[in-house]
Design a protein around this ligand. Structure first.
Ligand code: MG
Length: 203
């Protein structure tokens, strides 16, 4: 089969860390709706350091509160039974990600956090993983719950899978970057079969 691997986003896709991004922005005194990591990145010196400390505290709390979304463990076990390679690309810190991923029944390799290179929507991490796996990007699905995941997937050349977590598609147009939509995690096995079938002849 042509599909050989899946790269997952972590937070909001597999794991609900219940990070309160609005509270985070408030604690950092960032503008409403500002992309947090990119905004911090644009700061220098003490301001940047203070924001990073606030972020770290929130992320640590996230690790303690994190839960696995229903149906995710079953989906991952099914992917493993198909011998699909699995990796994580997250905008979280690697150390926190590794801690949260222990809740899941499968192993991901590699787990790429934000300190390791350009972050999503940059496709760097996705291309890097595919290269290490010895696969073409069209053989690897990029799965996530947010626009950065889909955009990174599209830019890398991966088929994209949006985990909607039953959220309603809003007015934004970024959902159109999703080649596949998973509304109910318990239908993940079925959808994986479909994705594999769709790409069977494209290797
Ligand atoms: Mg996410």
């Amino acid at each position: 089969m042509a599909i050989k691997g899946i790269i997952f986003d972590m937070d909001g896709t597999l794991i609900d860390s219940r990070l309160d991004f609005d509270q985070m922005r408030h604690d950092m005194d960032l503008p409403i709706e500002a992309p947090i990591l990119e905004t911090i990145e644009s700061y220098t010196g003490l301001r940047r350091q203070q924001c990073n400390e606030v972020l770290r505290v929130h992320e640590q709390i996230g690790v303690e509160k994190a839960t696995v979304f229903p149906g995710v463990s079953e989906l991952l076990e099914y992917a493993q039974s198909l011998d699909l390679k699995m990796a994580i690309v997250t905008r979280n810190l690697h150390e926190f990600a590794v801690e949260m991923l222990r809740m899941l029944p499968v192993t991901f390799s590699p787990v790429i956090g934000r300190e390791e290179g350009p972050i999503k929507p940059d496709p760097w991490a996705l291309c890097h993983i595919c290269e290490n796996w010895g696969l073409e990007t069209h053989q690897v699905v990029m799965a996530g719950d947010y626009r950065f995941d889909l955009e990174a997937g599209k830019r890398a050349g991966c088929p994209t899978l949006w985990f909607s977590q039953k959220r309603v598609i809003g007015n934004s147009d970024w959902h159109q970057m999703a080649d596949y939509i998973l509304e109910d995690n318990f239908q993940g096995a079925e959808l994986l079969d479909r994705i594999i079938e769709d790409h069977r002849d494209s290797s």
